[in-house]
Design a protein around this ligand. Sequence first.
Ligand code: ZN
Length: 350
Amino acid sequence: MEVALSPARHAHVWRSRRQATHAVQVSDATFPCMEIALASCLSAPSHLPSNQKPSTRRKGLSIPPIGSSARVAGSEPRSESGAEKRRRETVRRRRALISTPLVHPIVSPTANLARRQPRPANAMADAKPFKPALVVVDFQEDFCPPNGSLAVPGGRSIAPLINHLLALPFSPKLATRDWHPPNHTSFAANHGDAPPFTSTTTVAHPSDPSRSYSTTLWPVHCVQGSPGARLVSELDVARVDAVIDKGMDPRVEMYSAFYDPFRVSDSGLAERLRRAGVTDVFVVGLAADFCVRATAEHALDEGFGSYVVEEGTKPVLPDKWPECRRDMLARGVKMISAEGDDIARVKSLP
Ligand SMILES: [Zn+2]
């Protein structure tokens, strides 16, 4: 079937075929996806009605058979001869190309990926999200020898280990401060002659007196703005993303970095960690049997994996630590070593 085209149409078809030829040449050296471009370019001009599209002898090929005369209406024989010559050349190129398989020299992207990034044998386990945060609890002067008013035995000795952890890819890395007003209820000095460590007081819910708990009384410590409230000078604070203050409500005790037992005072830590996409919380600091413990247990309550790095904490009451540690394990807190697999997993993060 012959197709009679106007001069304008003929010129358009000719340009399209030249572009097709160009696309073919490019595709052979670049992308397999250009195979699609080739098929598209070789199809009939889309602007033509279906009953005017050129006949093809090969599926997907719109090239008129050699020898057919796709004459341009009103053209002179001399120009037709030139057009016929160019058309024959185009047809020759296209047929040569079509007979050549489009095999790209690059192997499949999947194969390349497999070579570049070998997956570990436990790939399924690693598929679970793991974004660990580090919380350094109350590493302050008043909790450390030699001058702290509530010094934890050996408290300052954990600094190198904590600084080592701060250099690992935890995100975020947070420090907390016990940050009490002078009239805080946990100070024995605010309860007459009550001796610290061995006496307790009852803390009632500020708006519901039927709810209460008993808590230990302590020496005055970590008063806001005092030298004893400072983070220890050995701590590498340059690696800490934020410092969170707690224990500012004088009416309640607040061991946990999250909130007090009544939740009338909330530091916003849980929300901060969730916003950061944290999955697991690693806790160190002072003291292991009070503020570290409460923080680790509340991390569990908030749905995070919870770990205490044992080399990075010390108890204020060493004699009672074994029992306390058992209780923490029973709650689901993981008591881990800085040399163990959990920290190794943190180290392996990008
Ligand atoms: Zn305190």
